[in-house]
Ligand binder design. Structure first.
Ligand SMILES: C[S@@+](CC[C@H](N)C(=O)[O-])C[C@H]1O[C@@H](n2cnc3c(N)ncnc32)[C@H](O)[C@@H]1O
Length: 230
């Protein structure tokens, strides 16, 4: 998605989108191309050949974030930027019913999926506090910035923009929850299918409860590689 969005911002740029599966949209601007690549393998791109590398939504897919970030750094031109954007799987609420209950479905959901992903060796904690800085490091960068967005789920705000985001995000969550949980809970944690359905239903019900005003955090870390003369 970003590949086609970034193109109007950077006229004349050559934009390459990569994914392990062929997921490109039906129409692609002429200066955008898609390559099927496994980001975990040795990169085939020349060293110091990109001005900007954006990574998004690889939570739960990567065995070594250190290696991924290292290869990203090597592929950047001096002075170029990395942008890494990931979301936390911990759904939160400021309601006392959630904050004071460590067994609330929001907590149980995150804990069991964190554990399953850890067992697979592909962390789901990459957007949580301290993880990106620990794994990217800040050696070799002149400018390091981080932005944490609170992303609402559902209609729970007086702000129309937040409600618009929340509306789409709720749809995204409702469509994704089962697929997201099924592999980890069944294949890694050994749960029965009926128990997974019950668990997913509890999560559906909770995120649809506007009184909880649920949200999660999305973290964006931006780093600029040193120029040659820095
Ligand atoms: C949550 S989606 C994010 C899609 C897109 N990056 C975005 O933010 O809109 C995760 C994507 O990562 C891709 N993926 C998973 N493992 C990968 C890997 N090792 N190398 C490249 N892409 C991978 C999946 O095929 C899937 O399209």
């Amino acid at each position: 998605m970003l590949v086609t969005q970034i193109r109007p911002l950077m006229r004349g740029a050559e934009v390459i989108g990569t994914d392990i599966s062929p997921r490109q949209p039906p129409w692609v601007p002429p200066n955008c191309v898609f390559h099927i690549e496994d980001a975990q393998l040795e990169w085939t791109y020349a060293l110091e050949s990109f001005d900007f590398i954006h990574i998004r939504g690889l939570y739960g897919s990567i065995g070594s974030w250190e290696k991924l970030y290292c290869q990203t750094y090597d592929a950047l031109r001096p002075g170029g930027w990395i942008e890494s954007t990931e979301i936390s799987i911990l759904v939160q609420s400021d309601a006392q019913a959630v904050r004071n209950d460590p067994d609330h479905i929001f907590w149980r959901w995150a804990k069991v999926l964190w554990e399953g992903a850890d067992r697979m060796g592909k962390t789901l904690r990459i957007a949580d506090d301290g993880e990106m800085p620990r794994l990217i490091g800040d050696g070799g960068f002149v400018d390091v910035r981080e932005i944490r967005y609170k992303v609402p789920i559902g209609f729970s705000s007086r702000d129309p923009t937040e409600n618009e985001i929340g509306k789409y995000n709720l749809e995204f969550m409702l469509e994704s929850l089962e697929g997201f949980a099924l592999f980890i809970l069944k294949e890694i944690m050994g749960w029965k299918y009926d128990d997974i359905q019950e668990f997913v239903t509890q999560m559906h019900t909770a995120i649809c409860n506007p009184k909880l005003r649920p949200y999660y955090y999305m973290r964006v870390r931006l780093l600029q590689r040193k120029r040659c003369n820095n």
